[in-house]
Ligand binder design. Structure first.
Ligand code: EPZ
Length: 427
């Protein structure tokens, strides 16, 4: 079990290359199960969640080989339609194989995702959407048993815009007989990229990028090579790290169009951003202004950047509020940031941050992926040494984080943590 040791108070400067999107790759990989063939996915981030998905697909009979950021997939010998609890408990997104398996085999047995650090995360919309396509769903012994004797098009309205449910239902509908219409579908860039990938494989999807998607089922799909989009959450994390340390950082391989809400809030806080399709340059001189945010579905402010923004606002000249409307209880990072000397109060789904705080290094513990990123950011501006433990959470979603930060001038190192046994918590 590893931990990160950070000596704070270093200004970040230089260039950093953003990796492919974790949430993009683990949405596209199950799509490869829809057809028997081979393909290479490019710009795949080399990180734990991708390894977990490759292990699950390998267990089903696929051959997956990740070389740096190239993932070769061979699904010709996939012969299992089961996703066991052992895999799904490590990563909720393993549940995304349900739709593709039903579409390919007419049946699937997929473990229900386990608990999550921030309260209930049901999959009812995934199941209701599939039922609209004629899938019979039976949930027993912790597993979803799905059977589709006659997968047919249908209409489904998502009560809540859900990334995962949109992806799962869309991946089944592309092979359903007839037309499917999905309304209030998610329009996150990772879902738009998934839809484009499916179309390259031969699917017929209209309304991509809008919340109303119309899918004409086809009999055959063919695996094709594709590139994963840049990781907008990783990019946002580095932009905030630069602003927090009053630095000057250039991001390459990022897509600024996927970051409009984050960029506008950074500008509101006083950061200077110079943007062109090739790179995003951020410069910050002085402390940020307090800026309130409320999370929302895309293109609103992402819930996956909420924790990093709270860490940032501890340095602001004044008080700010951060409200999470997607996950109302996603504040496990707050007591840990307060251990560094911040002054953050939680009331329901709103955090109030009183700044500026002079943070002092301390030992802190990660509870989930983005919470751990926020602790690292706080450690970068804290006086002295901060130890962030349980960083297996961080490794799930950030590729080479400490190497990239060191390249920007941070004093950060990974050490073995003899005090912490390895346990996996899904998110
Ligand atoms: C995706 O999770 C991301 N994960 C999450 O990122 C991200 O926080 C989330 O979208 C929201 O943007 C991946 O892409 C792998 P949802 P997902 O279904 O698909 C409710 C990270 O840090 N809901 O859009 O699980 C749900 O409880 C991770 O990289 C239902 O009620 O999220 C939540 O309140 C963490 N029933 C809301 O919808 C359902 O069947 C949005 O969830 C499904 C969802």
């Amino acid at each position: 079990m590893d931990k990160l040791i950070i000596e704070g108070k270093r200004r970040l400067t230089g260039r950093v290359k953003v990796s492919g999107a974790k949430n993009g790759a683990i949405a596209m990989m199950p799509a490869c199960l829809l057809a028997a063939g081979t393909a290479t996915l490019h710009n795949v981030p080399n990180l734990r969640d991708v390894w977990t998905m490759t292990r699950l697909m390998t267990e089903m009979g696929a051959f997956c080989e990740l070389n740096e950021n190239e993932l070769f997939v061979d699904t010709r010998n996939v012969d299992s339609w089961e996703a066991p609890y052992e895999h799904v408990k490590q990563m909720r997104a393993s549940f995304y194989v349900l739709g593709p398996l039903v579409a390919r085999f007419g049946k699937a047995k997929v473990s229900l995702p386990g608990g999550c650090a921030w309260g209930p995360r049901p999959v009812d919309l995934h199941l209701k959407g599939l039922e609209k396509l004629g899938v019979e769903i039976d949930v027993k012994n912790g597993y979803v048993h799905a059977e589709a004797k006659n997968l047919r098009g249908g209409k489904f309205h998502f009560d809540i815009s859900s990334v995962g449910a949109t992806g799962n239902v869309m991946m089944a509908a592309v092979k359903a007989r007839g037309t499917t219409q999905l309304t209030n579908a998610a329009i996150e860039p990772e879902i738009t990229a998934l839809a484009r990938f499916l179309c390259k494989m031969g699917a017929k999807i209209d309304g991509i990028g809008t919340s109303t998607i119309t899918i004409e089922g086809v009999d055959e799909l063919k695996l094709v090579d594709e590139s994963v989009i840049p990781d907008r959450i990783e990019a946002a994390t580095y932009l905030i790290a630069a602003a927090m340390t009053q630095g000057s950082v250039e991001l390459t391989n990022a897509n600024p169009y996927h970051l409009t809400s984050v960029i506008s809030k950074l500008e509101e806080s006083g950061a200077k951003l110079d943007i062109n399709p090739e790179r995003i340059l951020i410069e910050m001189s002085g402390r940020p202004q307090p800026v309130n945010i409320t999370t929302a579905v895309y293109p609103g402010f992402p819930t996956d950047v909420q924790a990093q923004w709270i860490a940032y606002m501890t340095q602001a000249e004044g008080s700010s509020r951060v409200k999470d409307n997607i996950y109302t209880d996603r504040f496990k990072h707050v007591p840990e940031i307060n251990r560094l000397g911040a002054n953050i109060e939680i009331d329901g789904n709103t955090a109030t941050i009183s700044g500026p705080s002079e943070l002092d290094g301390a030992q802190v513990m990660s509870a989930d992926l983005r919470a751990s990123a926020a602790l690292v950011l706080a450690g970068l501006v804290a006086e002295g040494r901060t130890e962030v433990s349980r960083i297996y959470h961080l490794d799930r979603g950030y590729e080479d984080l400490e190497a990239k930060l060191r390249k920007l001038g941070a004093d950060i190192a990974r050490k073995q943590d003899k005090h912490e046994p390895e346990t996996a918590i899904a998110s």
